[in-house]
Ligand binder design. Structure first.
Ligand code: GTP
Ligand code: MG
Length: 383
């Protein structure tokens, strides 16, 4: 479900392609999409996000499609979510909750799990009151009040909130402890003087495939959004003979809600620490330009807009037409005219899957690192 006519971050995203992406998120979370709908509104309805006619229309589709979940492609306020659940009598999620759910499925490391749990707890805190009063209204509690909600003392809502806050406090302390450990490791890494290259890009652009191709690391590659959640670092050798550390990171997505930034902490620290960002773009995606703009915007919001960058336009093998069914690397990858698609004329064309263009990509990274160390030496020289 999406509301049309709003401005969204990350360039001119068309409502349909945003909804298409939401459908992929649903699939990634294990759901099946049985229908979708859009409403054009100037501003969202404060109580229900959409108009009452639209609510009835969605409700009426229940018998024919048998859906048991409605996902909104935007952030819902706790009140809107509660009212919609009451009216539709099924679970209602917004984009944030859906992404958090996928993150919870994907997190592998202890830190990743702690971070996702923190983001989830923070998301749920303002929604706790709603959950209880909602249960009350749909008759889940007896006339005498629910078990644990009777008698003097604090109400269940207060108890829940207090417990959630205690939990949030504990999670933050645990995360801090893991982070301290990681920063020790980082300091050691920094002392080694090996430059760090961090992969960055829209989710599903092929970052992990590129990581695999460049390092032979056995990282997870999947045609799913957010396959990677926890950063992984491996050593590579550049053509100049200089070693570098390459880090795979979590992908970005449009309309990234603030609560989710917490779950990205490990990735953000890796990006902040990196000497160069290697931006992977899926050049074959219909929204390639918007996706790479979203990555630029997100980096700028995170204060990383000025980091030196090398762009890899990935998946070019899909642009090759083969008569015999075999994909062969063209003589000159640069012959593809892709500048219009991304406005990145200095980008390197690659196919992480086929291993095309990787030498040139590594040479670009070498050059960029050379430039950085030259400018460091100039600025470090006393006047
Ligand atoms: N044809 C083709 N497919 C590719 C290429 N690179 C990656 N893919 C496919 O694109 C999908 C996503 O690849 P990943 O490497 O997991 O992408 P990612 O950027 O790490 O994605 P997340 O970790 O989910 O953000 C997988 O199905 C890959 O096989 C490529 O060069 N050519
Ligand atoms: Mg990945």
């Amino acid at each position: 479900m999406s509301r049309d006519g709003r401005s969204s971050g990350g360039g001119a995203w068309d409502t349909n392609s945003s909804l298409e992406e939401l459908g992929q998120l649903v699939k990634t979370a294990g759901g099946r999409v049985v229908g979708r709908t859009i409403q054009k509104l100037q501003t969202p309805h404060p109580a229900r996000y959409i108009g009452s006619g639209k609510v009835s229309e969605i409700k009426s589709l229940q018998s024919s499609t048998g859906y048991n979940l409605v996902v909104f492609d935007d952030e819902l306020s706790p009140t809107q979510q509660r009212n919609l659940e009451e009216a539709l009598e099924v679970k209602v999620l917004d984009r944030t909750a859906l992404i958090l759910d996928i993150f919870a499925m994907r997190a592998r490391t202890r830190e990743g799990r702690l971070q996702v749990e923190l983001a989830q707890s923070e998301y749920l805190l303002p929604r706790l009151a709603g959950q209880w009063s909602h249960l009350e209204r749909i008759g889940a509690t007896g006339a005498q009040g629910a078990i644990g909600m009777r008698g003097p003392g604090e109400t269940q809502i207060e108890t829940d909130r207090r417990l959630a806050r205690t939990r949030i406090g504990r999670l933050k302390r645990d995360i801090e402890a893991v982070r301290r450990q990681r920063s020790l490791y980082r300091r050691k890494r920094a002392r080694s003087g090996i430059p760090i290259v961090a992969l960055v890009g829209y989710t599903n652009a092929g970052k992990s495939t590129l990581m695999r191709a460049l390092t032979r690391a056995d990282v997870l590659v999947e045609d799913r959004l957010f396959a990677t959640l926890d950063p992984v670092t491996r050593r590579i050798q550049l053509p100049s003979g200089q070693p570098a550390l390459l880090t795979d990171t979590v992908g970005f997505i449009q309309k990234l809600p603030t609560q989710l930034i917490a779950a990205f902490q490990a990735t953000l620290e890796e990006l902040a620490e990196a000497d160069i960002l290697l931006h992977a773009v899926d050049i074959t995606h219909a929204d390639a330009a918007q996706q790479s703009q979203t990555v630029d915007d997100t980096l700028a919001e995170l204060g990383l807009g000025d980091k030196p960058r090398v762009t890899a336009l990935n998946k070019v093998d899909m642009l090759v037409e083969s008569e015999d069914g075999l994909v062969r690397e063209p003589e000159d990858l640069g012959a593809f005219d892709l500048s219009l698609a991304t406005h990145r004329p200095d980008a390197v064309l690659v196919s992480a899957q086929e291993g095309w263009g990787l030498d040139q990509l590594l040479r670009r990274i070498d050059e960029e690192l050379g430039r950085i160390s030259a400018s460091r030496q100039t600025t470090a020289r006393p006047a």
